[in-house]
Design a protein around this ligand. Sequence first.
Ligand code: PLP
Length: 407
Amino acid sequence: MRGSPVTLEPPGPEPTGLGRFGEFGGRFVPETLVPALIDLEHNFREAWASEVFRAELTELLTSYAGRPTPVTECHRLSERLGLRVLLKREDLTHTGSHKINNVLGQALLTRRMQKQRVIAETGAGQHGVATATVAALFGLDCVVFMGAVDVERQALNVFRMQSLGADVVPVTSGSATLKDAINEALRDWVATVDTTHYCIGSVVGPHPYPWMVREFQRVVGDEAREQCRAILGTDPDLVVACVGGGSNAIGTFAGFLDTSARLVGVEAGGHGLESGQHGASVSRGVPGVLHGSRSLFLQDEDGQILEAHSISAGLDYPGVGPEHAELAATGRAEYAFATDDEAVAGFQLLSVTEGIVPALEPAHAIGWLARESGRAVPAGSTVLVTLSGRGDKDVALIAERLTGERL
Ligand SMILES: Cc1ncc(COP(=O)(O)O)c(C=O)c1O
């Protein structure tokens, strides 16, 4: 069910003060970045309140990104699980994930701020691909920082970014994954801030990023609410989305915060929470400061950031956006997890029941639903799951895991 053409709602609630969501958020950055963040906040506030800006973004989201994305009712999966399952199909956007929504908004802001160069960090490569795509569309120079480990496991997306004209810089420090790519991008930004916009890919980082990225992603939840009401005649009982930094989950939740729907974010359970090798920063994180904002992070007793682990590069981040930390603290949203094995099972289940091959990130949400149907999710519940991306990027990895052979 596709529904009427996308309309961007006027601005949603702003965080207070210097971008606080309760005790989380804020702006913990080197002095050199403060003017750039103030400038960005100012430009975003003005642009987002402007009907001209929203109309321009609407046009791009419609004619370039392919919005509105449909909501698909999953008959065979529903029957299998004893639930009524609907999928919000962000996998059907241009570039194959929800990341394009945010990047189109930030590209328009880059032009408004008269900057010629964008930098980005990427884990799974989807945000990097979206940024490289839009940089090509707008004629901007583009550099993408990517952990060396992720460069290896997401080779397909590295080649896609390079084909789009972006320079992909492998980062070998630390765990050589997303956290280290963000460090490197921040380092570049400090040195180039006059000419460069840092296009952050999730609801993380210093104010105004968590607020701005949520506003650019809320189109997912606003559309889904309208579509669910048309299909179900009411809101779903449960709204589920996977959580890395948390952009697709917060975008989805934004559409349902004022309803009675239960909101569930599914984090990466990796090898299991007891193994210590996971990415469950809400379930197992503690308050701290990283990448310019106060939130929940996986840390040791000395406050050192721990390495996250997930089969999926997009969920392999030791923290979560500050608004999620606040939603967890107030109890408005719940945070659960699915292990690597459960995510692979979710990948297989959706593929064979519905003919939809999901990215490994939302496969965690499907895996959790399969585990919890009839338990935490009562039989007969209506459930909306955001399918944040398609699985092409992950098929080689899954094939190797299941058959032991590289494609
Ligand atoms: C398809 C997909 N879903 C989800 C995520 C996780 O990011 P977020 O939590 O910001 O949506 C990623 C990150 O790369 C992704 O590629």
